[in-house]
Design a protein around this ligand. Structure first.
Ligand code: B1M
Length: 215
């Protein structure tokens, strides 16, 4: 049954049908499906397919935006359920998360923030297209333990390396753990730039952060 729901959700997104996507997300919750699995198996795969079609020149930016809007509509329905399932847990630590400068991709980063919140982290999601200096200022202001950087473009992942350099130059490298992720980011890249952690998806981002904080 779950496979059929994932597949319907997938199809609603590639058909740019936000209402249908919301309806299926609601039905999935009513049927007791795991909302994070609905994101991983239905929504993410649909957006990946849209990305492939975009690369191949079979769809263009407006279609990509419509698919993203349908995905966001479904995530909006799943969000309260994910938080509810997290329940009230001990606070694991404070995390600041942002998409780096020059990059406006929000969906994956927002899902990482959501899953971390549900796991018991206090999360400050400061949004997309954030300069490294702004990220560092926000980390200081909110007194976080961990800084999470997301990037979806091969042209913007160098901002992550520059952020770690900024921490070093500011004498703050030991104050924060830095975790990086997003489609073009790999474990090798994370190691190469000296990040403390890397995760390929939201549940793993939460696990890695927990481990980094010794929880
Ligand atoms: Co864009 N885009 N896009 N786009 N877009 C990609 C990334 C692309 C791969 C599509 C393609 O060509 N195949 C391509 C990048 C190519 C490259 O750099 N190699 C691309 C491009 C080129 C562009 C534009 C430049 C297009 C243009 O204008 N000509 C433009 C860039 C604008 C900018 O940022 N300056 C652009 C714009 C857009 C939209 C606005 C239309 C829209 C974003 C809407 C929004 O976010 N509100 C969009 C979308 C939707 C995509 C694709 C199709 C889907 C991204 C997504 O939401 N995936 C994407 C193709 C793809 O990724 N295969 C594509 C679903 C999401 C759940 O997954 O974001 O990977 P993801 O997040 C995952 C993991 O990566 C991980 O966990 C998440 C949840 O499991 N993760 C982390 C993410 N952040 C993490 C942080 C962590 C840990 C894990 O720790 C902190």
């Amino acid at each position: 049954m779950s496979e059929a729901v994932y597949s319907k959700l997938h199809d609603a997104i590639i058909d740019y049908d936000a209402d249908k996507a919301k309806e299926i997300a609601q039905k999935g919750i009513a049927d007791g499906l795991d909302p994070v699995e609905m994101i991983n198996q239905g929504i993410r795969q649909a957006l990946e397919l849209m990305g492939e079609r975009f690369s191949a020149g079979n769809v263009f930016l407006p279609e990509l935006m419509l698919a993203a809007q349908a995905a966001e509509a479904a995530v909006g329905i799943l969000e309260p359920e994910i938080l509810k399932r997290g329940g009230t847990r001990e606070q694991l630590g404070k995390v600041l998360i942002a998409t780096v400068e020059g990059d406006i991709h929000d969906i994956g980063k927002a899902i990482v923030a959501l899953v971390m919140k549900s796991a018991g982290f206090e999360v400050f999601d400061i949004g997309v297209n954030k300069k490294n200096e702004e990220i560092l200022e926000a980390a200081k202001k909110h007194e976080v333990n961990v800084i999470g950087l997301s990037a979806l473009l091969t042209t913007t992942i160098p901002r992550m390396k520059e952020f770690i350099e900024l921490l070093q130059e500011s004498g703050l490298r030991d104050k924060y753990k830095v975790i990086v992720g997003g489609a073009p980011v790999t474990r090798e890249f994370a190691e190469m730039i000296g990040a403390d952690g890397y995760a390929a998806d939201a549940p793993r981002a939460s696990e890695v952060t927990r481990r980094l904080l010794g929880k």
